[in-house]
Ligand binder design. Structure first.
Ligand SMILES: Cc1ncc(COP(=O)(O)O)c(C=O)c1O
Length: 334
């Protein structure tokens, strides 16, 4: 059971699989067309096609945003700002492209402090990254705080990573917000709720002006034909997505209850995973779970996540089995 990367543990919708199976020699042989996929993504988020940049997973969207913003080298080594702990690709992309990431530590509750983040912005800052909900805690932040932050740091870009917004049900995406905040970019992925992580499909949403520099960084055929064909079908299968969101919510509740019973600290997650403090022997617990076929993510050595593992909340049946394994392991290891 892969419970370490927050994928859709049920996989893609049957309709997506059917579409992929129907693709043929020419789909493989010709460069893909993105018209249908882009329109489907735009409709899904209620914005115009010109507000959507498709990317090879949100990872590429993050890399493209950094690449585009770092073309401005005035003021020395370009910087990005974010919180710690956080999703690692903000820092990976920043350093890979010759910049430096400045991080603001979160408090013990993993609450987002917009004022502290704003205070870390300097003349060298090109982008501020915030994930909502936060990864690895799943704690959501207020949309008003994010809007306020975007206003406060302009013209520096605010990149809000909404990889898990399908699960929280909260988004900054709407035409009025972008009209008021031209320095806002919102990242989305189809790897999580839509179950196509293996195909690699993400999007950056923003005004045409804000997206234009990113579009020059992303290669013209970044998504392959299989991803382009799957996207409209995955988006159209709303019943599958709704069913999976319910499974994830039920799993989250099961995990919360089990951790309470076992005396393990957790954070109030709005995403499809839970951060759990298992203590000093986190490494042993992760290995013992793996030996029982349950893979969870060891975050115990990161600052702010000491003693913690992150567990995906996917199918409720899988979660029940994972909880049984955790109970067993805790008896042996603790
Ligand atoms: C916060 C966050 N952003 C972005 C991504 C990347 O998503 P994708 O699979 O679309 O590259 C992930 C994946 O785990 C994530 O957790």
């Amino acid at each position: 059971m892969r419970l370490h990367l927050n994928e859709n543990t049920a996989g893609c919708s049957p309709a997506v699989l059917e579409t992929l199976r129907a693709l043929g020699r020419q789909d493989a042989g010709f460069y893909p067309d993105y018209g249908r996929a882009r329109t489907a993504v735009a409709r899904c988020f209620g914005v115009g096609d010109d507000h959507v940049l498709l990317t090879n997973g949100l990872d590429e969207g993050i890399l493209a945003a950094v690449g585009a913003a770092f073309r401005d080298r005035s003021g020395g080594v370009p910087e990005t700002v974010g919180v710690a702990p956080a999703f690692d690709m903000y820092e990976v992309s920043t350093t890979a492209l010759g910049g430096r990431m400045v991080t603001v530590p979160l408090d013990a509750a993993c609450r987002f402090d917009a004022a502290a983040v704003k205070a870390a912005v300097t003349d060298a800052t090109r982008i501020v990254f915030v994930a909502n909900p936060h990864n690895p805690s799943g704690v959501p932040c207020s949309l008003d705080d994010l809007r306020e932050l975007a206003r406060g740091i302009a013209p520096v870009l605010l990149f809000v990573d909404e990889a898990y917004a399908d699960f929280s049900g909260e988004t900054l995406i709407d035409a009025d917000t972008f009209a008021q905040l031209p320095n806002l970019l919102v990242g989305r992925t189809f790897s999580k709720a839509y179950g196509i992580a293996g195909l690699r499909a993400g999007a950056v949403i923003g005004t045409p002006l804000a997206l234009e520099p990113l579009a020059r960084v992303v290669p013209p055929y970044s998504l392959n034909a299989w991803a382009a064909a799957a996207l409209p079908v995955a988006i159209a299968d709303t019943a599958y997505r709704t069913w999976y969101l319910e499974q994830a919510a039920a799993s989250r509740a099961l995990l919360h209850r089990a951790c309470d019973r076992l005396g393990l600290e957790t954070w109030p997650s709005a995403a499809n995973f839970l951060l759990v403090r298992v203590g000093d022997r986190a490494g042993e617990i992760v290995s013992a779970l793996a030996a029982r076929g349950v893979i969870v993510r060891d975050r115990s050595r990161e600052r702010g996540c000491e003693g913690c593992v992150r567990i995906t909340a996917g199918l409720a049946d899988d979660t029940t089995r994972a909880i049984e394994a955790l109970e067993e392991v805790l008896c042996v290891v603790r």
